[in-house]
Design a protein around this ligand. Structure first.
Ligand code: DAO
Ligand code: DAO
Length: 289
């Protein structure tokens, strides 16, 4: 396993620390460790060379961004590599790890935490999430229009943010359940509130039927204990496909539903603001010409 530490593209979610995942597979052990720091340009260059030798576009993207924005305050992160094609990002506060790639073409853009305040008393960590997008789609659909704008211009650009949410980009939001007492009833009422309010905001009229279609996919007998993995995937043609622990539970074709779900994670009022910043920065750096 190759273990590298570097100032991660992702800014660090509050109280999160990224650490090397010690349990990650070691199918092709290589005893190399390269440390890279913003404060150490020489080491950083050496680190980049090592990464580039691994031809890992996810990491390259992060490093490209770092060097395009040398003054930004990147925080430390670690990735573990079993070989050149697999890496995970681990959040040490929750211990949840995310692969840097899903299905070969969707790359991780940012990770965050969905919290919920219960009984007005305390916040619980409900799930950790990772947002992935198909880099080819992002470039194909957005580079032409936005490729000449700088990353800082894109950050302030509302049209860019809207296009990210609306364009037919293949994406996945992976949810990994942390809270161990989730009942289907509490999940239904939580997303009637979160998804329901967005359907209303973007759809204008009465969207009860769409919400109903979405929630009716989730049967009362489903169990989602701690550790369950739910993928909400946006497939070509604005189809929202849901899988629980790899098993497909349903697909719904609706641009409005796709937009409303993505809006939870990188819309105007996201669950985790730092995650949204990371996602947008990664997307902005991807469209650079
Ligand atoms: O036990 O009352 C309680 C708290 C439940 C919080 C539920 C939040 C559900 C958030 C949606 C989860 C989607 C997988
Ligand atoms: O966090 O409020 C939220 C919204 C999460 C939407 C995710 C819905 C997927 C839930 C699957 C439940 C399976 C029983």
């Amino acid at each position: 396993m190759v273990s590298l530490r570097f100032p991660f593209l992702f800014s660090q979610p509050t109280n999160h620390q990224y650490t090397t995942n010690p349990t990650h597979g070691t199918s092709r052990p290589i005893s190399v460790a390269v440390a890279v720091a913003t404060a150490s340009a020489t080491a950083a260059v050496a680190g980049i060379a090592a990464y580039r030798n691994h031809k890992h576009p996810f990491v390259e993207n992060a490093l490209n961004f770092l060097f395009a924005n040398p003054s930004s305050s990147h925080l430390w992160a670690s990735l573990s590599f079993a070989d050149s094609s697999s890496a995970t990002v681990v959040d040490s506060k929750t211990g949840v790890s995310f692969p840097s790639e899903l299905g070969g073409s969707r790359k991780l853009l940012g990770i965050g935490l969905r919290k919920k305040r219960i009984l007005g008393l305390k916040n619980i960590d409900v799930y950790a999430f990772g947002v992935y997008a198909d880099h080819g789609d992002v470039k194909k659909l957005l580079r032409e229009k936005y490729g000449n704008l700088s990353i800082s211009e894109l950050k302030e650009n509302k049209e860019f943010n809207d296009d990210i949410l609306e364009a037919d980009i293949s994406m996945t939001v992976r949810l990994q359940i942390i809270y161990s007492k989730l009942s289907i009833g509490s999940v239904r009422s939580a997303f009637e509130e979160s998804v329901g309010s967005r359907l209303q905001k973007f759809g204008g009229s009465d969207n009860k039927e769409l919400l109903q279609r979405f929630t009716s996919q989730f049967k009362d007998e489903y169990k989602i204990p701690r550790g369950s993995v739910i993928d909400l995937s946006k497939e070509p043609g604005h189809v929202l496909r849901t899988t629980i622990d790899g098993k497909e539970v349903g697909s719904i074709q609706s641009k409005l539903l796709c937009r409303s779900i993505m809006d939870l994670y990188f819309g105007e009022d996201p669950f985790d603001k730092k995650a949204k910043e990371d996602i947008e920065l990664n997307l902005a750096s991807l469209v650079q010409k």
